[in-house]
Design a protein around this ligand. Structure first.
Ligand SMILES: [Zn+2]
Length: 243
């Protein structure tokens, strides 16, 4: 144990480490910790939300301060954002994508859904949310169309994807007859179910992601800059679209 602590301490670059008190959009008065200069290394000490989630929820709170009468659909099943939605949403539907479970079926308590072909009826949710999902969806336009279909008229889609500030989306891979074809060297990201560096990133989005939402049928769409909650500068752009 002592050796593990020593190794962890050696891995830390102490010049990058920081601690601050502040207000967490998910859990209120808290402290924030920064273990390194990237957003996943910046967390709320109480609810453990990362800088990306903190910024996302700041936008969610600003646009929808009261979720108590809304039916929210979130494209994941665990983590600080799910905890927050459990506490605040009037009704909450959660799902995960498992490649070994048919959409609509359950793995344990968690329902499997493929965002490209959801099993939900039309017009059933007030709000759909996701963080860092669509860059992993082979046919993202089909996913956006499905989000539009399951939202009630006037419903809101809010999500984040990694965006480095480019205008044009760069396709990195595509699915052809069920097989992945790499157009660029493969890029993998981690997730809560499969672990680190386990999920292929199909594209790096640019701000032209808004055109895809128009193509999917959304009437209004924009990028909203989230709050720099921690003061360390890890604010994110949140994609917001209204049906
Ligand atoms: Zn918190």
């Amino acid at each position: 144990m002592l050796r593990e602590i020593r190794t962890a301490a050696e891995l830390l670059n102490w010049r990058k480490v920081g601690m601050r008190v502040g207000a967490c959009p998910l859990c209120g008065r808290t402290g924030f910790i920064k273990l390194d200069d990237y957003e996943m290394a910046v967390r709320c000490l109480k609810c453990r939300a990362s800088a990306a989630t903190l910024s996302f929820v700041s936008v969610l709170n600003a646009l929808l301060p009261d979720l108590s009468r809304r039916h929210v659909y979130e494209l994941s099943s665990r983590g600080p954002l799910v905890g927050y939605l459990r506490r605040h949403a009037g009704k909450l539907t959660l799902s995960e994508y498992f490649d070994d479970v048919p959409p609509g079926q359950y793995k344990g308590e968690v329902q499997c859904q493929d965002v490209q072909q959801l099993t939900y009826p039309d017009d059933c949710f007030d709000v759909c949310t996701s963080t860092e999902v669509f860059e992993h969806v082979p046919h993202d336009l089909e996913g956006f169309r499905e989000m539009h279909r399951v939202l009630k008229p006037g419903g809101l889609l809010l999500f984040t994807v990694p965006m480095a500030g480019a205008e044009k989306t760069v396709e990195r891979a595509r699915l052809v007859e069920g097989r992945v074809e790499h157009l660029l060297p493969p890029e993998y990201h981690g997730d809560r179910i499969r672990g680190s560096a386990a999920v292929l990133c199909f594209r790096n989005y640019g701000t032209d992601i808004l055109d895809r939402l128009v193509a999917a049928g959304f009437s209004r769409r924009r990028l909203v800059r989230g709050e720099d909650v921690t003061g360390w500068g890890f604010d994110r752009q949140v994609v917001v679209a209204r049906k």
